[in-house]
Design a protein around this ligand. Structure first.
Ligand SMILES: O=C(O)CCC(=O)C(=O)O
Ligand SMILES: [Fe+2]
Length: 316
């Protein structure tokens, strides 16, 4: 594994294309997007989530410092978070390109195509206060039991689409600096072997202005850093998308009330997990699970038609 010539964190503007960001992610494993989310949207999200942060208590284990407060289930608390962060076009575009899978299988003498589109995995707001110690460097893909093999370059085609389970999108709700504990990560560690241990010396800091975002493959080593300031809160809106056939990290079906989910547009309902991973994964009453939100969804009929190859789906 080549560890020389490590690129520092690639930085793009919010006008960058999905293809540009995917290309940078394949090389470095993480990309900063400047001005990803508007200041007005962040103002509203902060109003929506602040009560949840204020009600949280200190973590008593070792994964989070005692000075960190969290609040989850953003779809329950903030339609603005759902619209402006979860559904951010670059986050969704990159996730669709890197996490969608398709395959075909025999049904008698016919080839049938099935597509599994990504879904939301979790939403967590982190408020990390002064005095917080550094989180251990870790890979978030261990929640899905991932054990990676070392590669020099991110594989193309189906092998590439199988490599990563999830992608994270960390939006800065306040300025994130090295001093106040910005997320540090090891560029290119998404290409490493499972056995290779993290090394603090190789870390880069995702320093961000309010509204910037850090997009990261879940196989990258990273962690929140120490907040050594006297009075600065680091506020991060953290969201992950995962593959359509893996279990969501946050149990969104239980965390978000059906009545709240019903009010969202269909595209947000589908991303939240109310959709089938083709051919048959996730049904309710033998039908697309959106039947719980929309009585018009039919039952007792094929849930998908897999006759044509979906050519629009680009494997990474
Ligand atoms: O605090 C951060 O910036 C990252 C948090 C994190 O990586 C985690 O909780 O898994
Ligand atoms: Fe993490």
């Amino acid at each position: 594994m080549a560890t020389n010539a490590i690129p520092s964190v690639p930085v793009v503007d919010a006008t960058a294309s999905v293809n540009e960001i995917v290309a940078a992610l394949k090389v470095a494993g993480g990309v900063i997007i400047r001005n990803a989310v508007s200041q007005e949207a962040l103002d509203q999200v902060e109003i929506d989530v602040r009560p949840g942060l204020e009600n949280d208590t200190a973590w008593s284990g070792s994964f989070f410092p005692a000075q960190t407060r969290r609040t989850t289930a953003a779809l329950q608390k903030s339609p603005t978070y759902a619209r402006e962060i979860v559904m951010h076009p670059l986050f969704q575009g990159v996730s669709n390109q890197m996490l969608t899978e398709k395959h075909w299988f025999w049904a008698g003498d016919q080839k049938q195509w099935a597509v599994s589109r990504p879904q939301l995995s979790n939403t967590i707001v982190f408020s990390i206060g002064p005095g917080a110690t550094a989180q251990p460097l870790h890979r978030d893909d261990s929640i899905h039991q991932r054990v990676s093999k070392a590669v020099d370059v991110y594989p193309e085609g189906r092998e590439g689409s199988l490599r990563d389970s999830s992608i994270g999108f960390f939006v800065a709700g306040k300025k994130a600096t090295k001093a106040n504990g910005a997320t540090r990560f090891i560029p290119r560690s998404h290409l490493w072997d499972h056995d290779a241990p993290p090394n603090e010396d190789l870390c880069e800091f995702a320093e961000m202005e309010r509204g910037d975002a850090f997009l990261m493959m879940a196989s990258c080593f990273h962690g929140g850093s120490a907040n050594t300031t006297a009075d600065e809160e680091r506020l991060i809106f953290s969201t992950f998308m995962t593959k359509g056939y893996l279990r969501q990290e946050e149990n969104i079906y239980l965390a978000v009330d059906l009545d709240v989910m019903k009010k969202y547009p269909v595209e947000i309902q589908k991303v939240a997990g109310y959709s089938l991973s083709e051919p048959f994964l996730g049904w309710v009453d033998s039908a697309d699970p959106r039947k719980l939100l929309d009585k018009e969804i039919p039952t007792n009929t094929d849930m998908w038609t897999g006759i044509e190859e979906p050519k629009d789906i680009i494997a990474v």
